[in-house]
Design a protein around this ligand. Structure first.
Ligand code: C2E
Ligand code: CA
Ligand code: CA
Ligand code: CA
Length: 274
């Protein structure tokens, strides 16, 4: 790490540690993708705000590392994206979720998709193959994408979205309000649903006017023909307010945490025997 002329970056001991940890995590991620068993998919119920009925579930990946224990998605999804490993991870999650949901009597299986996956020239074909192999109906699949992914100018992103829409797959704009999204751009983005980020829901009651913002988002979405889901509903007050302004679906710890497949299927079984 000679200074100057060779142009090497100089790392402080703290930075060295970060780099080492990152490499270790990447190695573990690769291993986990090979031996599998370490990854599984949880399902968080989505409820209709008005009827209180179960509308579907969002698939959320879980990683149980033999030594690290459970690693939070926020700690490894970005690394999986940077290393390209997200393509294999995403295919695993979609395959698991579609295999599980094929016999579920709910309207929607929501699955998160990274911008990196959408850029792949074979993404739409991969999804179509998984749908066919599992027998899952494309009309019940809703892919959750962020605004950055949607506005990607890379040809393949738009081609993938177009091809999947033709199959009947729906799209939801995830984490709405956190990016550069302006209400005015909603019409252009051409999605079926927006998911209002939990930071707004959790800002209710403070002085920054999050209620007014969320009301405006819901009103505009309605006027544009988009469905709305609010994330991160944790209190009865948030639930009531969101219902009162006409938000379509609710998701959050108040209603249910993300559940392992068998627990979600117990809920479904309970509904059927009613
Ligand atoms: P997200 O798509 O916004 O997913 C919702 C996150 O909010 C989940 O965190 C969920 O457990 C959490 N959550 C749900 N209800 C509440 C609540 O009432 N309060 C609070 N505080 N949190 C709530 P999780 O499972 O840790 O996932 C974090 C993020 O990781 C996800 O955010 C998503 O961006 C990403 N992710 C998870 N699974 C996948 C996946 O299979 N593929 C991709 N590409 N990304 C994934
Ligand atoms: Ca999501
Ligand atoms: Ca979200
Ligand atoms: Ca997110």
């Amino acid at each position: 790490k000679a200074n100057g002329r060779s142009g090497y970056a100089i790392f402080s001991p703290a930075q060295e540690e970060l780099v080492t940890e990152r490499r270790a995590l990447e190695r573990d991620l690769r291993e986990a993708l090979d031996d599998s068993g370490q990854f599984c998919v949880y399902y968080q119920p989505l409820y209709a705000a008005r009827s209180r009925g179960l509308a579907g579930a969002e698939a959320l990946v879980r990683w149980d590392h033999p030594v690290r224990g459970r690693v939070a998605p926020d700690a490894f999804i970005p690394l999986a994206e940077e290393t390209g490993l997200i393509e294999r991870l995403g295919a695993f999650v979609l395959n698991e979720a579609c295999s599980a949901a094929v016999n579920w009597s709910v309207e929607t299986l929501a699955v998160n998709v990274s911008a990196v996956e959408l850029r792949s020239p074979v993404y739409a074909v991969r999804v179509a193959n998984i749908l066919m192999a599992t027998g899952m109906s494309p009309r019940r699949l809703e892919l959750e994408v962020t605004e950055t992914a949607l506005s990607d100018k890379d040809g393949h992103v738009q081609q993938n979205i177009q091809a999947l829409k033709e199959l009947g797959v729906r799209f939801a704009l995830d984490d709405f309000g956190t990016g550069f999204s302006s209400l005015g751009r909603l019409q252009q983005l051409d999605v079926d649903r927006i998911k209002i980020d939990r930071s707004f829901v959790q800002g209710f009651g403070s002085e920054n006017g999050d209620e007014a913002i969320v009301r405006a988002i819901v009103d505009l979405a309605k006027a544009t023909g988009l469905k709305t889901t609010a994330e991160g509903v944790e209190t009865v007050e948030q639930d009531r307010f969101l219902g009162s302004i006409g938000c379509d679906e609710l998701q959050g710890f108040l209603l249910s945490r993300p559940l392992p497949r068998y627990e979600f299927e117990e809920i479904l079984a309970g509904l059927q025997s009613q």
